[in-house]
Design a protein around this ligand. Sequence first.
Ligand code: MN
Ligand code: MN
Length: 310
Amino acid sequence: MAFAHQTLNHQYDNSLVSNAFGFLRLPLNFEPYQSDAQAVITGVPFDLAVSGRSGTRYGPEAMRRISMQLAWEHCRFPWTFCLTDKLKVCDCGDLVYDFGDPHSFERNLTAHIGKLAAACKIPLCLGGDHFITLPILRGLQPQHGPMALVHFDAHSDTYAQGSQCDHGTMFHRAPEEGLIDKSHSIQIGIRTEYDARDGFLVLPAPVANDLSPAEIAQQIIERCGDMPCYLSFDIDCLDPAYAPGTGTPVMGGLSSDRILKVLRALGRLNLVGMDVVEVSPPYDHSDITALAGATIALEMLYLLASKQAD
Ligand code: MN
Ligand code: MN
């Protein structure tokens, strides 16, 4: 399937009809492993691991729908190039799994991501609750080894008691399984109980809100160095004023403006995978949170594109 290099809205100029659009009106491609795409978007409509309010299974659908509002700019402000001129991107739809069998979900997601990584694609997953990051990391690990983690969140997600396995435990398990290297990992925006002995570098929200975006980005880049890096964005890193539609909102978060400036300064990271999680449309208003999630996902794609040669 050809990738348009003109304004994304106009890539179907030669067709009179289509109602099957991917994120940002990008082509849907259900065989992404064989495609020439460099980055592959996957919806992961899973919310069986929440500790509180569910609803993130509707996140991918909501982010895709609102992303249509973002498709008209040829060069997204303030970038100076068109995304699809520099990066081949496709959307392969939503992960298939049996809602009655959470283990099939883990297996399928790990297998899907593993096939993408083996084909040298960079996955960008739209959640879903934050638990999805664990099977994603497992899929990337054979290709990329222990990764640096850049984790935006109100919660450390390092909580673990016994065999507990939910959307607040992944980053306790991921280092244990050799998926991430804590000494090169950083958590930004934390503003709930966490254990400083966990071994991550933490920029709590009150600290991050007193730093400049450039200073935050610098700390992230210094921490990760050249390591293969996974970027995970829990939408509750944003203040509930900017992202009310999420399962566990916490006051005192970062603003949209601050997050966009930080993300745009992360071009030096060696990104091998990314996600935007915890958008929960049943608790959203006016699509505020879906728009935040879709915009952050788009900025992640622009980050990848900015690293490609002209
Ligand atoms: Mn969170
Ligand atoms: Mn989280």
